[in-house]
Design a protein around this ligand. Structure first.
Ligand code: ADP
Ligand code: ASP
Ligand code: MG
Length: 410
């Protein structure tokens, strides 16, 4: 008998029929003698629908109210799944984030989990009931406000709950068979990866592979909770995300990730003197906006251009808060570009192999793709390209590192 946490994403609970299908799966695992905590997302498209409703009423709705609104989607699917499980004869209870004591910080719409008190879960599990938990949500202890964990946050709810209840297994069920060498919906010959290190998965997730939310992988790594990503609708072992193992280093590049959710801001004609960058980025950091890539051009006539990328969703907010800073630091103007995309190659083997970045740049050049910005770390190379060329760039890099072929030592 094991204690298993299973998370079902939006596409897995997209309709009543699919909820019934998920319920049958849960019943089967339960009838084999296991205790189960099921974490669910909102029905597919529901979170976007709710955001759309708010946007019809306001250009910049309060983030507190957005959290109240968005958290309702998960509550609906949790209750519907519990109802279905009870109908099938398996005792189940649904819980909101608040009910299981999912305590987060106070940063609305991208709150971080601080701890899970979990009394209700423990009680329900003692009675061998299936616990169905609404993912993506928590509460700020000080104010009692509902918070949400950022898009894709139910993955993080699931891994954090798995850690809190000391689960034997954390399974993330989704609409693809596991973690692939790139998004199989964009590159059909992408190959499923059987086992991947937390570090590579962290890079993949933070660079746009939305199959797992980055914070879920951070939790997995921090508490050494292996995560198995599998398909809800097809049989298969899926992908195991786990601590790094020696043989993983033989693969130089293991995946290509991409993101369309970034925008570029350029401050044109910034005086090139000490302290300017600090003022600009302090203003952005104070608003808890994550800056990704930064490029400063060489100075001409004492002026320089400073470009950086931020999440597209925060463009309006960033523009607003920089409007003062732009004139205070004496910059000529602020330009924005939303038509960008970021493509990245990832692999722990890059630590011990050279020439990987050069190979990637050459492949993109041969494909006629212009690189606007570059950033690298020990295990990744990222390039910002035009959004219109992003899919092509992904395919080119996936092909040039032979990722669609069975694994061989590179
Ligand atoms: P869920 O609703 O189950 O949480 P998501 O849409 O959040 O599902 O994540 C699954 C999707 O992630 C897949 O349908 C796929 O399009 C996308 N994806 C992007 N990169 C990858 C990758 N490397 N491997 C698998 N899926 C990926
Ligand atoms: N429903 C939320 C979203 O669409 C959370 C999740 O699916 O994990 O982002
Ligand atoms: Mg998801």
């Amino acid at each position: 008998m094991a204690l298993i946490v299973q998370k079902y994403g939006g596409t897995s609970v997209a309709s009543l029929e699919k909820i019934q299908q998920v319920a049958r799966k849960v019943c089967k695992t339960h009838s084999e003698g296991n205790d189960i905590v099921v974490v669910v997302s909102a029905m597919s498209g529901e979170t976007d629908r709710l955001i759309g409703l708010a946007q019809k009423l306001s250009k910049s709705p309060s983030e507190r109210e957005m959290d109240m609104l968005m958290s309702s989607g998960e509550r609906v699917s949790a209750a519907l799944l519990a109802i279905t499980l009870n109908e099938l004869g398996t005792a189940a209870q649904s819980f909101t984030g608040r009910q299981i004591g999912m305590i987060t910080d106070a940063v609305h719409m991208k709150a971080r989990i601080q701890r899970i008190t979990g009394e209700k879960l423990k009680e329900a599990l003692t009675d061998h009931n299936v616990c169905v938990v609404a993912g993506f949500q928590g509460i700020d202890e000080k104010t009692g406000n509902v918070t949400t964990l950022g898009r894709g946050g139910s993955d993080t709810s699931a891994v954090a709950i798995a850690v809190a209840v000391k689960a034997d297994l954390c399974e993330i069920y989704t609409d693809v068979g596991g973690v692939y060498t790139t998004d199989p919906k964009v590159v059909p010959n992408a190959r499923k990866i059987d086992i991947i290190s937390f570090d590579e998965m962290l890079e993949m997730a933070s660079l746009g592979a939305k199959v797992l939310q980055v914070r879920s992988v951070e939790f997995g790594k921090k508490y050494n909770m292996p995560i198995r990503v599998k398909s809800t609708f097809e049989e298969g072992k899926g992908t195991l995300v786990t601590a790094e193992q020696k043989e993983m280093e033989s693969v130089v590049v293991s995946a290509v990730a991409f993101a369309r959710d970034q925008a570029k801001i350029t401050l044109v004609g910034v005086p090139d003197k000490p302290g300017i960058a600090a003022r600009i980025f302090n203003a952005v950091a104070e608003a808890t906006i994550n800056v990704d890539m930064i490029i400063q051009n060489t100075s001409a006539g004492g002026l320089t251009d400073l470009s950086f990328t931020i999440p597209k969703a925060e463009l309006l907010k960033t523009k607003g808060l920089l409007s003062d800073t732009v004139s205070k630091v004496g910059a000529k103007k602020l330009q924005t570009d939303e038509n960008i995309g970021k493509v990245s190659i990832i692999g722990v083997g890059m630590k011990s192999h050279s020439g990987v970045a050069a190979k990637a740049f050459s492949a993109l050049a041969e494909g006629g793709i212009n690189i606007m910005m570059i950033s690298t770390s020990e295990i990744k190379v990222s390039c910002v390209v035009s959004n219109d060329e992003l899919d092509k760039a992904v395919k080119i890099l996936h092909d040039s590192f032979d990722l669609g072929k069975p694994v061989k030592k590179q």
